[in-house]
Design a protein around this ligand. Structure first.
Ligand code: HSE
Length: 435
């Protein structure tokens, strides 16, 4: 039986999961592959701490070049994360004709336009199933299963930390700060949670997903982005009253030949599948023009779920090694030479429904002033909620709208927030009830 040598750079949580999965399912993997995967070297800056997996000492190294320079290793698994030296290691592996498997979404979203063409030129694979949605096979679904479809829309919950926080805020009616602290104590949120709660992690994943869905280059800075830090328990309660739940959604939608690409907290009908994706789970709701709706759900992070996705790529590359082929499936769903810049719908032109929470004095004429400005900007109201005041001062006034244009909404809110009866900046949350 043939041996295929692999090298692992980065023995953190996911790297350890990959070693464990090989240990755990070695016989099954060998049967499925028809060859033996041999973990030839493992590189990490820390090779002394125990990880609960058996790795012979002689395989361990602190120098990734021991893997990159080993001609026997045909697949390099990069699980160190970060931009550098991960980017340099990957480019070096490509140069040496090695297939690469990575979970590094930040690096691919930023340097993909350098890495993918280089890999195509050298006829090597870049496997990145684990970079988006953890264990969920979203990359393969876009590249292979739905390959013949125009993707009408792709809407995802792509960040487990945000989903965990929003779920807890909804179920336990607690404020954002309290829930974030609890999430950190439970290990669901990082000590510095900025990347997650500001939506940056989601934007990296979204850039990758959109490039596959549309076979186009997507620049991170062009994706509209709002995180979840401004979501309050009060808005979650009003959302419930209106029959909605709030989720951090990444929304990609085909509009003629352009694509909407936006990430923001969104109210969705509480019956929708995405509204019921709770805790740290991720999910994707896609609509293909031929397939119709497709829903994918699973663990977006975690040692073994992510290792499972890494392994699907290792096996793909190992099968190619056995057959002496590569490039059967284009790396980003179309040939790299055909990758053009994506045409995005400017956020100002997006049309959706809105939820507004005004903080205004409870006086005669207040509602008509606010609704007058909205009407003058072509914004039509669907519902209005105002609770009787319990004490002197401002009260929340909640309005939802029919579809309106983002540009008109911004202009109207600017005027409303300048009114002397308005005491706080108006809260805006977009509503998507036609997913
Ligand atoms: N920080 C990410 C999340 C983990 O919370 O979903 C994997 O990308």
């Amino acid at each position: 039986m043939k041996n295929i040598s692999i090298g692992l750079i980065g023995l953190g949580n996911i790297g350890t999961g990959v070693v464990r999965l090989l240990e755990q399912n070695e016989k099954l993997i060998t049967r499925k592959l028809g060859a033996r995967l041999v973990l030839k070297k493992v590189a990490d800056i820390d090779i002394t701490s125990g990880r609960g997996v058996k790795i012979p000492k002689k395989l361990l190294t602190t120098d990734a070049r021991d893997i990159l320079n080993d001609p026997d290793i045909s697949i390099v698994i990069e699980l160190m994360g970060g931009y550098e030296p991960a980017r340099t290691f990957i480019l070096d592996a490509i140069k040496k004709g090695k297939h690469v498997v990575t979970a590094n979404k930040a690096m691919l979203a930023t340097f993909g336009d350098e890495i993918f063409p280089a890999a195509q030129k050298k006829n090597v694979d870049i496997g990145f199933e684990a970079s988006v949605g953890g264990t969920i096979p979203i990359i393969k679904t876009l590249k292979e299963s739905l390959a013949a479809n125009r993707i009408c829309s792709i809407v995802g919950i792509m960040n487990g930390t945000c989903n965990f926080i929003l779920t807890k805020m909804t179920n336990e009616r607690k404020p954002f700060d309290v829930v974030l602290k609890e999430a950190q104590e439970l290990g669901f949120a990082e000590a510095d949670p900025t990347f997650d709660i500001e939506g940056i992690d989601t934007s990296h994943k979204m850039a990758i997903v959109l490039s596959l869905a549309y076979g186009k280059k997507v620049r991170l800075k062009d994706i509209y982005l709002e995180g979840i830090t401004k979501i309050s328990a009060q808005d979650i309660a009003f959302a419930g009253e209106l029959g909605y739940r709030i989720k951090l959604l990444a929304i990609g939608r085909l509009k003629d030949d352009a694509v909407e690409a936006r990430i923001h907290p969104t109210m969705i009908e509480s019956e929708h599948l995405l509204a019921n994706v709770n805790r740290n789970y991720n999910a994707f709701h896609l609509v293909g023009d031929a397939s119709g709706p497709v829903f994918l759900f699973g663990q977006g992070a975690g040692m073994m779920p992510t290792a499972s996705a890494v392994f699907s790529d290792i096996l793909d590359s190992a099968r190619n090694v056995l057959k002496g082929i590569s490039g059967r499936v284009p790396l980003r769903s179309i040939n790299e030479t055909g990758m053009k810049d994506i045409r995005l719908v400017p956020m100002d032109n997006v049309e959706t429904k809105y939820y507004f929470r005004f903080t205004a004095l409870d006086r005669p004429g207040v509602l008509s002033k606010i609704s007058g400005i909205l009407g003058a900007h072509d914004i039509s109201l669907a519902t209005v909620i105002q609770k009787a005041r319990e004490e002197a001062g401002a009260v929340p006034i909640v309005m939802t709208t029919y579809k309106a244009k983002e540009k008109n909404v911004r202009q109207a809110l600017k005027k409303i927030d300048r009114l002397d009866i308005v005491r706080d900046k108006t809260i805006l949350i977009r509503i998507e009830d036609e997913l």
